[in-house]
Design a protein. Structure first.
Length: 202
């Protein structure tokens, strides 16, 4: 009984500590930087839809920086508010605005794609990427990378930085048959080929 109470007290303490950290974990310059890069991409490319930008899993990473939970990834909240969520641990690995722009641009490309289809994209079940539609998600992922390159170039960012960001933040999948994602090496190769064809001077 004592062990049970002690465990419960420990869990409560950890949660309380995490909540406290969560209240003041995002340094203002980082948040301002995220908004600036995201809005620059939107403005330069005249993207018609509204997006917000935020960090996810911040408190856990700030409180316990040695624990990198790979179950969290950069994503786009399509169903609620079109918020681009950048995983804090990924952001911390990026060295330049160009690299940050690369991850954001990919999510914006996904966001714009979500408006296509029946009723302005309201029926998105084939875009979620679950079997048997995961092959569509893989194809889309490669196209989103290409669109991200265009977004970056038009906004004045170095498109090659997208490959740098992927190499820093994305692991290599052992197998991709059931996955919604391509192998990172395939994505990097796809991006480099596209850049060499469309932006040969870079």
């Amino acid at each position: 009984m004592k062990k049970l109470l002690l465990s419960a007290l420990l869990c409560f303490s950890v949660l309380a500590f995490t909540s406290q950290v969560n209240a003041d974990v995002i340094d203002k310059p980082d948040f301002v930087r995220l908004q600036k890069i995201g809005n620059q991409l939107i403005k330069a490319n005249k993207i018609p839809h509204r997006y917000t930008f935020n960090f996810t899993n911040v408190s856990q990473q700030k409180a316990y920086p040695i624990l990198i939970d790979t179950s969290y990834t950069n994503d786009l909240d399509l169903h609620n508010n079109h918020c681009v969520n950048l995983f804090w641990a990924d952001y911390a690995r990026l060295a330049s605005d160009d690299e940050v722009a690369g991850l954001i641009a990919h999510e914006l490309a996904q966001g714009e794609h979500s408006y296509t289809g029946v009723l302005n994209g309201q029926f998105m079940f084939t875009k979620n990427g679950y079997m048997p539609f995961n092959y569509i998600a893989k194809m889309n992922e490669l196209n989103f990378d290409k669109k991200a390159v265009d977004y970056m170039a038009k906004a004045g960012y170095n498109p090659k930085a997208l490959t740098y960001a992927l190499n820093k933040t994305t692991g290599e999948w052992r197998g991709t048959f059931f996955s919604r994602h391509n192998k990172t090496q395939k994505r990097v190769k796809n991006i480099n080929q596209y850049i060499s064809q469309k932006y040969p001077k870079l």
